[in-house]
Design a protein. Structure first.
Length: 434
């Protein structure tokens, strides 16, 4: 989590100040609930709420922790400095540190998910806009990096939209899954605290009570959350990789926007490098790197150990901040991306007519030629296009066996580009009307 790849709103969620504010709210709501059922005096609960506008001193908490070697105790000590030791004597009653730590972490993850959902909405809008704009912009499709058959630039954007739309559904489910809290005390049995306290605290924080916690909230929830972020990161890389390919000099079908005054290389003034999408590829790796540690956190000893704690202190802020930045960057790239339809047609025609080979193959089989013979007839002409850059249609028209099977008009008809785009509207309806 470095400033270069951070945005303020997400960073604020993971700041020490925000964390301690959430800790305070957990403790204050717990005191309020205990007063409601008569476990502690009402005046003590009210006294805790007098600190609601306090800016907790991070440096002071760190100073206390240097002695106590325990972050929650250090915070509670600092809270008592504001509230008064007598007034604060019922704070944290019947609770354990994980009640505060885990519930706070999940509040932070829920708030982060809300920002990421807004990010996804913006990205989806940008992808949809470009898909509709280039619905009929023909370009060559590629498999294994090699020319395959015609498609459209709009379909490229549409498939990225559909992928991100699935990711949106995954993210909303991950948010729902992580939105639980636990105020169940040591080993989660509620022996020293009434379950009503947990219900009250969770309701106030927008969480659901964890159905069964131990001394921690089960980490399969967190594994699912970070795995979802990893999938989204992979989809970001998927889009970025396509744009990087399109910007290659010998392809140049699309490119990142290059602003006035921007420099591409310290050595070569002519360079326009796809630096943003290359950066996104790297950021995706960073987010994905948290997935395995998050899954390894699921297996804890008995009712609790802290092997997960150090991991989550790092991957929680790092993944959420990085993915927030990456989604916003990708949205900007898509929104401003340059598209070059003329180059798309030039690329398709580098091997004239070759992309129609399957259509000719199918026509020959439908005309009664065996598939093996039809494949041989088409391939022998296609290879000449590869090797000599001849025109595929002219070669077929000069091939007596092909003309005998299809006729001259039959060959000519197989080179109608509209054949490959006739179902674009159907695909768009599936994607955008769903």
């Amino acid at each position: 989590m470095i400033p270069r790849y951070s945005r303020p709103e997400m960073v604020a969620i993971w700041s020490p100040e925000t964390k301690f504010k959430i800790w305070y709210e957990i403790e204050a709501h717990a005191c309020e609930a205990m007063a409601n059922i008569g476990v502690i005096p009402r005046e003590n609960a009210d006294a805790v709420w007098k600190a609601k506008d306090v800016e907790f001193d991070v440096a002071r908490i760190d100073e206390i922790e240097a002695v106590t070697k325990h972050d929650v105790i250090a915070f509670l000590t600092h809270l008592a400095e504001h509230v008064g030791s007598e007034e604060a004597r019922f704070v944290h009653q019947g609770m354990t540190s994980s009640d505060v730590l885990d519930t706070c972490l999940n509040v932070q993850l829920v708030r982060s998910a809300d920002i990421l959902i807004k990010d996804m909405e913006a990205l989806l809008a940008a992808l949809k806009k470009r898909a509709l704009e280039h619905k009929d912009t023909v370009r060559v499709g590629r498999s294994h990096g090699i020319h395959a058959e015609p498609t459209t630039m709009g379909l490229t954007f549409a498939r990225f939209y559909a992928e991100m739309d699935r990711n949106m559904a995954r993210l909303k489910l991950a948010r729902e899954e992580i939105a639980t809290g636990a105020i169940s005390g040591a080993v989660g049995t509620f022996a020293n605290i009434d379950p009503a306290i947990e219900e009250h605290v969770c309701a106030e924080l927008g969480l659901s009570p964890e159905p069964i916690s131990t001394q921690v909230i089960p980490r399969d929830r967190h594994a699912m959350f970070f795995a979802t972020l990893g999938v989204i990161a992979s989809s970001i890389e998927n889009v970025a990789t396509e744009i990087r390919h399109m910007q290659r000099t010998e392809v140049l079908e699309g490119a990142e926007f290059f602003s006035m005054g921007q420099k591409g290389s310290s050595a070569m003034p002519h360079k326009k490098n796809p630096v943003l999408t290359e950066n996104l590829t790297g950021l995706a790796r960073l987010v994905r790197s948290a997935v395995i540690p998050a899954m390894e956190n699921v297996a804890l000893w008995h009712e609790r150990d802290i092997s997960h704690s150090s991991v989550e202190r790092a991957i929680g802020p790092d993944c959420c901040v990085t993915l927030d930045f990456a989604l916003a960057r990708l949205t900007g790239v898509v929104d401003k991306m340059l598209v070059f339809p003329e180059n798309m047609l030039d690329n398709m025609n580098k091997f004239p007519g070759l992309v129609m080979s399957q259509r000719v193959l199918l026509a020959l089989t439908q005309a009664g030629v065996s598939r093996e013979d039809a494949y041989s007839m088409v391939q022998r002409n296609a290879l000449k296009v590869w090797e000599e850059r001849l025109d595929f249609r002219e070669l077929l028209l000069a091939d007596a066996e092909v003309v005998a099977a299809l006729g001259t008009d039959g060959v000519e008809e197989k080179f109608n580009m509209d054949y490959h785009t006739k179902h674009v509207d159907t695909i768009f309806k599936r994607v955008f009307d769903a």
